[in-house]
Each structure stands twice: as C-alpha cells, then as structure tokens.
Design a protein around this ligand. Structure first.
Ligand code: UDP
Length: 249
C-alpha cells in the first residue's frame, strides 16, 4: 500500500521544532510535523492550586485550543465562559499528565507551570505534537528557573515525547496524517519516556477490534518514532538537555 504522502510505513512526517518562538513566556516552541503546526508555551507562576497549598509541591497544568482557521472546515472558537468541549478537555488533561510524569513536583516547589498548546494548523496528531513540543517548552522554562532557584537536583527526570500510530487498510503505520487518521481501522496515541517506559496509550479499534499482537506491533512502531523525536528534542535543547535526568534519584 502506498501512503498518501509516499512515506514508508515506519516513517514519521518531517518534523521541525523552533525554540524561543514567542518572546514573553519562560519557554516556547513552534512544532511542525508535516502539515500539523502547534505553538507551545510554558509560563511559570509562583503559586499553586489550593489543593497543593502548604505541601511544598508544584504543579504542571495544560490548556489546548485550535484556531478557527486551523482545520479544513472552520472550527468556531470555544465559549469564552470557560467551558470547553469534551475533546479539548481530554487533550489538555492528557498533556498535563504526560509532562507531570517526568517532573519531580517536590523539587519544583510551590510553583505552577502553565503549558498552553495552540494548534495553528491541524492535519492529524495535534495532541501528540503538543506533548512533544511542550516538553521542549517546559525544559526551556525549567532551565530559566534553575538560574534563579537553586534546585537540590534537576526536577526533570527524563525526556518524554508522543506520536500516533494506527492500522489503515490492515497495515500498521507510524504518525498518521488527517487523511490516514480519518480512514484508520485502529488508531492509537502513544506517550513514552526516553527509557522506553509507557506513560499513556490511547488506542481505539472503532472500525474493528485489534489483537494483542497488533497492539505490540503498533507500540514498537511508536517507540521507534518516539526515540527519533527525543533525539530531535535533545538537539533543539542543546546544552541544557544534559541536565535532564541528572537528578540523584
Ligand atoms: N479535526 C478537525 N476538527 C476538529 C477536531 C479534529 O478538523 O474539531 C481534525 C484535525 O486535523 C485533527 C484530526 O482531525 O488533527 C484528528 O483529530 P483527533 O481528535 O484524533 O486528535 P489529534 O489526532 O489531532 O490529536
């Protein structure tokens, strides 16, 4: 089977991460993966939500949105009354969980890191691009914070990235574009750390159920893509990448 953009089955889209894309946040990137483009920012606030007050622990939380013109048919802005739809809620909570899984929130102290992911062009895989990009934005913000605050050890334990995989016409494929995603028998989003540990797997066999063997094959494909993404994150972060994972535990 030929892929719509001529890629091999295990080939991810062309990816580009531009660091310091926005001037004011503590960390920011533009991540482009094929035709999907997301701006991710990280802003540090010196307070925590009420449930963490007095605990000494920090928090990482995320918001996600799509520009009205980012999709093939215009997506109206979400209500300004603070209500977001189910998909948006699911995605923003996913991004928060993914990043918290690799940060020691005790070392962070009573601070909140706000991660904002804004999709400016959507062509499949916006949540996975948001996670991969916002990890870099978070790492930039942490690097900045580490120049002001003396951390006992570095709060980021390891790298994390995410990619989509799926089964299209019975073929397992890496990094689906919208066209593939909308025809997929099975689609799955995989979030994994540098050490190959899974943070989350969201897999759905909507057109047909899938076997354990197929799931393993998809996870192996995803792992290959994620390790390549982490190499790129390291390259983009340059010297500050070496601090990640340098904490004592
Ligand atoms: N999409 C869209 N409008 C929407 C939601 C999604 O056009 O309201 C498109 C968009 O290209 C997106 C793709 O459908 O990337 C797949 O959406 P999904 O909910 O699976 O999330 P994603 O793959 O972006 O994480």
């Amino acid at each position: 089977m030929e892929r719509i953009d001529g890629r091999n089955k295990d080939e991810k889209r062309i990816i580009n991460i531009i660091k310091d894309y926005i001037k004011y946040p503590d960390g920011s990137v533009l991540i482009e993966t094929g035709n999907t483009k997301v701006v991710c920012t990280a802003c540090i606030e010196d307070k925590v939500p009420p449930f963490l007050k007095g605990t000494g622990e920090g928090w990482i939380t995320s918001e996600y949105g799509m520009l009205p013109g980012s999709t093939q048919s215009r997506k109206p802005r979400e209500s300004s009354k603070g209500k977001v739809d189910g998909r948006t809620m699911e995605i923003q909570r996913l991004i928060g969980r993914a990043l918290r899984s690799v940060v020691d929130l005790k070392l962070l102290g009573e601070r909140t890191i706000w991660i904002d992911c804004d999709v400016i062009q959507a062509d499949g895989g916006t949540r996975t691009a948001s996670i991969t990009g916002s990890f870099v934005a978070l790492a930039c913000a942490m690097e900045k914070l580490s120049k002001i605050v003396e951390f006992e050890s570095y709060p980021i334990r390891e790298f994390v990235a995410a990619i989509s995989v799926g089964i299209v016409e019975d073929e397992p494929l890496l990094d689906l574009c919208y066209e593939e995603d909308s025809n997929a028998m099975v689609d799955m989003n995989i979030i994994m750390t540098q050490s190959g540990q899974l943070v989350e797997v969201q897999g759905t066999g909507e057109q047909r159920p899938f076997t354990r063997e197929e799931m393993d094959e998809l996870i192996n494909l995803g792992q290959k893509g994620i390790m390549e993404l982490i190499e790129l994150q390291k390259e983009v972060l340059g010297e500050s990448a070496s601090k990640i994972g340098s904490s004592k535990q």
